[in-house]
Ligand binder design. Sequence first.
Ligand code: FAD
Length: 308
Amino acid sequence: AFEVLTIGGGPAGAAAAIYAARKGIRTGVAAERFGGQVLDTMAIENFISVPATEGPKLATALEEHVKEYDVDIMNLQRAVELIPAARPGGEHEVRFASGASLKAKTLVLATGARWREMNVPGEAEYRNRGVAYCPHCDGPLFKGKRVAVIGGGNSGVEAAIDLAGIVAHVTLFEFMDELRADAVLQKKLASLPNVDIIKGARTTEIHGDGNRVNGISYEERASGEMKHVELEGVFVQIGLVPNTEWLVDSPVALSERGEIITNAHGMTNVPGIFAAGDVTHVPYKQIVIALGSGATAALGAFDYMIRQ
Ligand code: FAD
């Protein structure tokens, strides 16, 4: 059995594994896809101390760093069930889709999150070539260009306000007839000169020239009329979904959005079970934040163990 077993091999899981292994305790990482969301992006310009890198390169670096230590990496393992220790200080068990099962004194749950996609033609094709999901990450890549933001909830309106300060023009599309964001955000958005808001709009397709995005089509729902806007970028802001479906029947407390709730030591409501990164209720989902919370969770797990 492991002393620290991390479920998930993104930045949070990798950081937790390194911090745990450096304590000389038996450490494992089981992940569906080592590298996590970092594998899905190209330009990364906010990984502090590295002015510019690329997702696959950073993912390889994370794995190489983990491999410097005596850590068991079990890739292509999807966790499907968590069985907490029957008594305090006992071993927790995680079962995997492969049929395997692992036991550990402490767990760090770091299964991350995924952006909800629109599932319209062009979205997958132009991902990272004009289609983006993270304004903090990719906003500056669209400096001086025209972009769309899809979604009029808090994250969409925050993204539109943020991007309006960087890009030439923002068009915000909302499916419903009203925005759902907080009134104060809506007021701020309405005050910006380079933002158009189109409500009651169903986005139907993202267009490109084969290389990069050059426009978006939508249906005006009230009239059924099809319209087209020329632009260079599309930020999809219709939700970030935590990968916690496998925990719904476990005693680990989740927020109303399905995110794992932790304390300042990264511990969940279940003693010995910790969590880190995008899967938690941390308000900002970023690589450097996930790394820091992974370190916190591993140190929290170590602290917990020396008190058992
Ligand atoms: P993730 O990276 O999501 O890793 C989760 C891990 O858990 C993966 O290994 C996954 O395979 C595994 N997993 C999931 N479910 C299971 C399961 N049931 N069983 C076992 N394993 C499981 N952030 C920045 O700071 N800068 C950027 O420029 C940037 N650009 C981005 C661009 C894109 C397109 C995307 C999608 C995200 C970007 N982000 C960026 C956000 C950043 O990637 C995340 O904040 C970060 O990866 C979160 O790390 P994590 O370890 O918490 O989760």
